[in-house]
Design a protein around this ligand. Structure first.
Ligand code: SAH
Length: 261
């Protein structure tokens, strides 16, 4: 997809969905299979990267808490410089590019440099995880509001979550594994009942997916005991309650059928 030497390439901000390659949009799958250059973050499943042509250049800009990572400015500069050199760039991001994905910043950097951008939506992990765990985020019986919040350390204490969780409401927390104790404390200080149901969904839609449940007050212990690792989402509210036995067996049976295939 290299353009004539004089023309600028395009940047495609593409959502890769929650993990399972079957959950890519057709547009995302086509772009990945045709790409000459893919710039991806750490959440993109290796099975999706394996769909690229053998000749494609793959550049990882993975974010890891403890390791040196390419700063956002560096990623923006990489996208812009490749496009200005005439290359089309597939910028592949976990979930949806505009949900906690810094896709907005990358689009702004491209616009500022005169680089054309197309955004391809993806299934955000919040929706993919809830579907895979069979947690209806807005079950009519339990919730008519759903909020997505970021739970990482930076700025957690300044964030005002009052009113986002509680009766009739579902709260989905991204990037909250490391700060689970602070999150539980913050919500209970806001008046949330300690027995409010919580579900932690780890590695949603991947073969190692786990769904762990318990009361809000037990969240820190649950995360610690089960050694929950990123990526994981925390769902808080009545929709996260343990399903009735009958339903749970059905969910497990479906899963078993799939893994036996
Ligand atoms: N743009 C992404 C979110 C990026 S922020 C999206 O729309 O999903 C990264 C956070 O997303 C992780 O810390 C985790 O909370 C969540 N996440 C991404 N993929 C996940 C998965 N497969 N299972 C559980 N959580 C996931």
């Amino acid at each position: 997809m290299k353009n004539a030497a004089t023309s600028t390439g395009r940047v495609f901000l593409v959502g890769a969905g929650p993990g399972d390659p079957d959950l890519l949009t057709l547009r995302a799958a086509r772009l990945v299979m045709q790409a000459e250059l893919i710039v991806h973050d750490g959440l993109v499943d290796p099975a999706i990267l394996a769909m690229a042509k053998p000749s494609a250049r793959l550049i990882s800009v993975a974010k890891r808490r403890s390791r040196h990572t390419m700063p956002q400015d560096g990623i923006n500069a990489l996208l812009v410089s490749e496009a200005l050199a005439g290359n089309d760039v597939i910028r592949l991001k976990g979930g949806d590019p505009f949900i906690f994905g810094r896709g907005g910043e990358e689009a702004e950097a491209c616009h500022a440099a005169g680089v054309p951008v197309e955004v391809v939506p993806g299934i955000t992990s919040a929706l993919g995880a809830a579907a895979a765990a069979q947690i209806p985020l807005t079950h009519r019986r339990d919730a008519s509001i759903v909020s997505f919040v970021a739970g990482q350390c930076k700025g957690l204490t300044e964030q005002d979550w009052a009113g986002l969780a509680g009766k009739g409401r579902t709260l989905v927390i991204f990037m909250g594994v490391a700060t689970a104790p602070d999150i539980a404390e913050k919500l209970m200080a806001d008046g949330l009942a300690p027995d409010t149901p919580v579900a932690v969904i780890e590695n949603a839609t991947r073969s190692q997916m786990r769904v762990l449940r318990g009361p809000l007050a037990g969240l820190p212990e649950l995360v610690e005991r089960e050694r929950v690792k990123s990526p994981a989402l925390i769902v808080i509210g009545d929709v996260a309650a343990e399903p009735e036995n009958e339903l749970r067996n059905l969910v497990l049976d479906t899963h078993r059928m799939e893994t036996e295939q």
